[in-house]
Design a protein around this ligand. Structure first.
Ligand code: LAN
Length: 777
């Protein structure tokens, strides 16, 4: 890394490195000496800056009062808000590292490598040397002692994670003889070679010319041409699975191989490095179903294997080819058009990081197969322009995030936490910036302006063509440019706006027209409409769309490494966020769609009870895990009118109480998500010595107070625990990975450690205020 030649990059990395460092300096204590590992890995020029005594001596002007150690929850909460306020971005949201998965950056590297090789003038844009170095740094940081990489940063090694990262490292310039690269290769070979990696990794190997397409099962784009009524039509799949298999089907359909593969010496070397036998001697048509045990979370069922074998006949039998070619052309045309619509609707961000890079490669293929293969198209450049949206630089290097950020989600929690603490008026600037963020982030119309004519979304028929749900009025997880609304993000966004509308400083500014852009009543109603439309038959709420398929689709899950990805299920989290928002809205606007909201709440209440486990717990799908879901379950039920004395709620509270650690905190291991059974005590290395951590403790405390147990000693001890874990700056330690998706992959939510303690303490203070008021009355 040549920092002198790349001052901007150096500065970017330097700033991200010092977010922690500068704050740590402020308590006046000398910083611990940097570890030899850091010293070895951080470029010397940056290292100097980081450790310079001049920097350590310079106090941050905005951080007040580092010496005081708060003795009450109110003081501790206020201090935490002050710290959080420092991290707010000028546009009103909180930005944070949304990394964790380790299979995303390699996909990014592969696509950019192919793009750069195809269009050398783009090379400096997509993979300049400073990015390559920062990415390599990240991969090397997360390699495990055994030589392998996990599917995510805290997971055990998998062939999926290892093959992806190994190949990416090599493409980024790491030499085959480097010790860490060697260890990675040994890991792959010890596990039988890359023929044992998971299917998604095989897909990338085929794209790069490191495996022939005969080694990959068929992903026919024709599946999109099936009548919509077909029970396993892709339009019924969970949108993330659909939008990943869409470009996969296109690239498989055209059998895309990186055009330079034949002449690239690296490809030749990798073909020898990745397998235990000589590449040319391997019969890849026999290795399609192979997968290492360490990857095989969702083994491919017999039904799917039979189907894949039948499809193989369809792909190869000579007598079928005229028919196949005929339908394939149509399938490919549909897939290309659908991808284009997605690109336009999301401003080339696309729904997620996997489809982003695969859509870009598909666009590249269209250019290469078009009349002027040497000309870079505008579409391609627009794709390139949105690549950086997914990148994040932190102390462990440059990574690809799980989304283009978690801006809206984090901000909606922050606002609700501060609101419940009764502190929004004390932070008027923060509140106003958040308000304009929510105003700007609400999705105002179903995306039309740039969409192709075929996919203009005004009419349901056109929406249906892209299998999309109504968007107008929803809030996204990240930004409005991304544009996919989500049930719970809409719910949390709506609650945040309602909280801001109740804040006197914001009310005054809206009345005096100092705030000019407001979330009008009709826009609130649009949000309510999105939520109501999203309620499933079972009374619950899924993520982006209604439930359109059946649980048995999982027998057709071809991914091996992920679980429960085939359809959009009803989740306790999405249900609670949607239902609490409806209930809050109804309290303020009792006459709008009153009967429908009441019916939705009643149905939602039955659903949440239905999915409660016998022991009183709920399984959490999107964060770790039973503690998270316990908060959602209890709060959701209460919002739907369930009395806190009901059996459901008392059982749920008892479950949580029973998990409290002796030191008053709560902690849950990531294995809970994977095994779907509460795993305690595994967090020692990431939480405190008893396995407790601040985020889980906050969720538990919030759940218990919502469940009517605010006066219990468990809650008091939880609050004391949170206070004891606060750092002198008002920050909290970053502990184990909190988020999860698809059962097996962890994902980092950096703001949780700041926001949830505020919310828990805020809720506790509110409880105390109400208790005192009741006593006086
Ligand atoms: C997310 C992030 C947000 C999350 C919540 C809103 C928190 C949740 O309550 C509902 C599900 C949702 C929207 C969610 C689903 C899965 C996502 C999109 C992610 C965890 C972010 C990344 C992940 C996506 C699937 C990663 C790409 C990987 C693939 C296997 C396609």
């Amino acid at each position: 890394f040549d920092a002198a030649a790349n001052p901007n990059a150096a500065d970017k990395i330097y700033r991200s490195l010092t977010i922690e460092g500068s704050v740590a300096n402020l308590d006046g204590k000398p910083r611990p000496p940097p570890s030899p590992r850091l010293r070895a890995q951080v470029p010397a020029s940056i290292f100097e800056k980081l450790t310079s005594p001049k920097r350590a001596a310079r106090p941050h002007p905005a951080i007040p009062d580092l010496s005081s150690s708060p003795s009450t929850p109110a003081a501790s909460c206020r201090k935490a808000v002050k710290f959080l306020a420092l991290l707010q971005q000028p546009s009103g949201h909180w930005a944070g590292d949304y990394g964790g998965p380790l299979f995303l950056l390699p996909g990014y590297v592969f696509s950019c490598y192919v793009l750069a090789r195809s269009f050398p003038p783009l090379a400096e844009l997509v993979l300049p040397s400073w990015k390559r170095d920062a990415m390599r740094h990240y991969m090397l940081q997360h390699q495990q002692d055994c030589g392998g990489w996990g599917t995510h940063i805290e997971g055990p090694p998998t062939m999926f994670g290892t093959t992806m990262n190994y190949v990416a490292l090599r493409l980024l310039g790491a030499g085959a003889g480097e010790p860490q690269v060697k260890r990675g290769r040994e890991f792959i070979r010890e596990h039988g070679g890359a023929v044992y990696t998971a299917s998604w990794a095989k897909f990338y190997l085929c794209l790069l010319g490191l495996m022939p397409w005969s080694g990959h099962s068929s992903v026919p784009p024709e599946m999109f041409l099936l009548p919509n009524a077909t029970p396993f039509h892709p339009g019924r799949m969970w949108c993330h699975a659909r939008m990943v298999y869409l470009p996969m089907s296109y690239l498989y359909g055209v059998r895309y191989v990186y055009p330079g593969a034949g002449t690239d010496p690296l490809v030749r070397q990798l073909r020898e490095e990745l397998y235990t036998e000589m590449y040319d001697l391997i019969d890849f048509s026999c290795t399609r179903h192979l997968v290492a045990d360490i990857d095989n979370y969702s083994p491919i069922g017999v039904t799917m294997k039979v189907l894949q074998n039948l499809l193989q006949v369809y792909e190869t039998a000579a007598w079928l080819q005229p028919f196949k070619n005929f339908v394939r052309r149509r399938g490919l045309r549909f897939a290309a058009e659908y991808m284009k619509a997605e690109d336009l609707q999301t401003n080339y961000i696309d729904i997620g990081p996997v489809s982003k890079v695969l859509n870009m490669l598909s666009t590249l293929h269209q250019v290469q197969a078009g009349p002027t293969p040497g000309a870079i198209s505008a579409d391609l450049l627009k794709h390139v322009g949105r690549l950086d949206d997914y990148l994040w630089v932190a102390e462990d290097g440059m990574k690809m995030q799980g989304y283009n950020g978690s801006q809206c989600w984090d901000t909606s929690f922050a606002i609700q936490g501060i609101h419940e603490a009764g502190l929004l008026d004390e932070f008027p600037e923060l509140a106003e910036k958040c308000y304009s963020f929510f105003e700007a982030t609400q999705i105002l119309s179903t995306p039309t302006s740039q969409s192709t004519a075929a996919y203009r979304f005004e009419a349901p028929a056109q929406r249906d063509k892209a299998y999309r749900h109504v968007s107008q009025g929803g809030w996204p997880f990240s930004t409005s440019a991304h544009g996919w609304p989500i049930s719970d993000c809409t719910g949390e966004g709506l609650k945040a706006v309602l909280a801001l509308h109740q804040t006197p400083t914001i009310r005054t500014k809206i009345r005096d027209k100092t705030i000019s852009s407001v979330v009008s009543f009709s826009r609130l109603c649009d949000a309510v409409n999105v939520i109501l439309e999203l309620q499933n038959e079972d009374g619950g709420f899924a993520t982006y769309e209604n439930n359109r398929g059946y649980g048995w689709y999982e027998y057709l899950n071809p991914s091996e490494v992920f679980g429960d990805i085939m359809i959009d299920y009803s989740y306790v989290e999405c249900s609670m966020a949607s239902l609490t928002a409806l209930s809050e809205f109804q309290k303020l606007y009792p006459s709008h769609r009153a009967e429908e909201i009441a019916a939705a709440l009643a149905k939602g209440r039955s659903f949440i009870k239905l999915i409660q486990r016998k022991d009183g717990s709920w399984y959490g799908s999107w964060a770790c895990c039973f503690t998270y879901a316990g908060w959602f379950g209890i709060e959701g039920l209460v919002a739907c009118g369930e009395p806190t004395t009901s059996r459901s709620i008392t059982k749920a509270c008892s479950f949580i109480v029973a998990k409290q650690c002796p030191n008053g905190g709560w902690g849950e291991d990531f294995r809970s998500c994977y095994n779907k059974a509460y795993a305690e005590g595994g967090m020692e290395r990431l939480g405190d010595e008893q396995g407790a951590c601040v985020i889980n403790t906050s969720w538990a405390v919030m759940a218990l107070i919502a469940g009517g147990q605010g006066g219990s000693t468990e809650v008091e001890r939880g609050i004391e625990y949170l206070m004891s874990r606060q750092l002198p700056t008002g920050d909290y330690p970053q502990e184990g990975i909190a988020g999860v998706f698809n059962r097996t992959c962890g994902i980092t939510y950096t703001s949780y450690r700041n926001v949830f303690p505020i919310w828990a303490m805020g809720r506790y203070m509110k409880f105390k205020r109400e208790q005192e008021a009741a006593a006086k009355a």
